[in-house]
Design a protein. Structure first.
Length: 187
């Protein structure tokens, strides 16, 4: 083999190897792995619950003996604030989906009859992670519907999206937090 052919072959081989390594999706390109820091409980308490509560409270009808009071965003600033809450919920659903997130930062007992303690919740999350991620995805979809309603400045659609979101949250809680909930009779 001539030296020219060896140089061409060597150059071709090196180029091919570089291209293959660049296309390899498993190659670490210097990005640190995504490792969850906060627990599910901390994400819920610090991000999801406050954003959801503000979104739900942004549109409501209150009936009293003095009459009916309708509440909804009116000003651009009010709509912008509700929009931030919807975006927060959309992004929080991604945080909840990260594999390896613990249920709680520290152990806690069951909070009521029919509820689970932190260890039982963790076992459920580990055994049914795909179901939990499905609930997080449903939260994302409901929050995206809320965002669309906000962008359209449609309080009725926002109320509907909030109802869907409430159902998603309650379904997840009944699956992972209090599956055997005992509701006392109304007296």
């Amino acid at each position: 083999m001539t030296s020219t052919r060896r140089v061409i072959l060597s150059t071709f081989t090196v180029t091919l190897l570089l291209l293959l390594s660049a296309c390899d999706s498993s190659t670490d390109h210097g990005s640190p792995p995504v490792v969850p820091y906060a627990s599910v409980q901390e994400v819920m308490d610090g991000i999801v619950d406050p954003a959801a509560d503000e979104l739900w409270a942004s549109v409501e009808t209150t009936v009293t003996k003095d009459g009916v009071e309708d509440k909804q965003p009116h000003t651009p600033e009010e709509w912008a604030e509700v929009r931030r809450k919807a975006i927060t919920l959309i992004e929080a659903s991604t945080l909840l989906s990260i594999q390896g997130r613990k249920a709680a930062a520290k152990p806690f007992p069951a909070e009521a009859e029919g509820a689970l303690d932190s260890e039982q919740i963790q076992r459920r999350l580990d055994a049914h992670h795909a179901v939990f991620v499905g609930f997080a995805g449903s939260l994302r979809l409901a929050a995206q519907k809320a965002l669309a309603a906000i962008d359209a400045k449609d309080p009725a659609a926002l109320l509907t999206a909030g109802g869907v979101m409430d159902g998603v949250c309650e379904g997840c809680h009944m699956t992972f937090w209090y599956p055997n909930q005992v509701i006392p009779p109304v007296k």
